[in-house]
Design a protein around this ligand. Structure first.
Ligand code: GRF
Length: 196
């Protein structure tokens, strides 16, 4: 059973789905937030999971990341899951957790990296969007994809409507992808996601 730490900044609905879906392949042993009062922290506490707040204000990226790294290592975390964590991590941190660090992004990567995804998808009149779970590499949202799920985009969609539709599939996708990683069914090898 892999010891998993989840990093959040906000409401933590993905954290909630990861907590609810935990099986014998992983256990969430710690939730870290850079924001004190993030709603997701309450979800963790309600489930009896230890939480730590590491504020980022007034720190360089390297100092903040080193603090997070220390908390993760002190807790013996084996895998690190980003779930609505709104900080870019330094190359050093990412390299230190290479192959053991994953993120979920609300688009069908490699399309629509970065922010304001749903606005851009609607603007481009796409008929399909979705969510991707990927290994984190130093380049933003560019890591090898582990799993994806798609949703239709309707001409009448607002960004919020599309965001809600994508979020609903994220809640099944993220636990599924984490289970693949935790049970050794997918690995990062020479920059590729390799499936057993
Ligand atoms: C999700 O849409 C995820 O794709 C993005 O941030 C959002 C987090 O939502 N990375 P929540 O905090 O898990 O509810």
């Amino acid at each position: 059973m892999k010891r998993v730490a989840v990093l959040i900044s906000g409401r933590g609905s993905n954290l909630g789905s990861l907590i609810d879906a935990a099986d014998s392949s992983y256990k969430i042993i710690l939730v870290i937030s850079n924001i004190d009062g993030a709603a997701g922290l309450e979800r963790a506490r309600a489930a009896g999971i230890p939480t730590t707040v590491v504020p980022h204000a007034g720190k360089t990226r390297e100092v903040f990341d080193a603090e997070v790294d220390q908390v993760l290592r002190a807790a013996d975390a084996e895998l690190v899951v980003l779930a609505g964590f709104m900080r870019i991590l330094s190359d050093g941190f990412v390299r230190g957790w290479e192959g053991r660090l994953i993120n979920i992004h609300p688009s069908l990567l490699p399309a629509y990296k970065g922010i304001k995804v749903h606005e851009r998808v609607i603007e481009a009149k796409e008929s399909k969007s979705g969510a991707s779970v990927h290994f984190v590499v130093p380049e933003l949202d560019a890591g090898p994809v582990i799993a994806q799920a798609s949703v239709p985009v309707h001409p009448s969609d607002t960004p919020q409507m599309l965001a809600d539709r994508v979020l609903a599939v994220e809640h099944n996708l993220y636990p599924e992808a984490l289970k693949l990683l935790a049970s050794g069914k997918v690995k990062l090898q020479s920059g590729l996601a390799v499936f057993a």
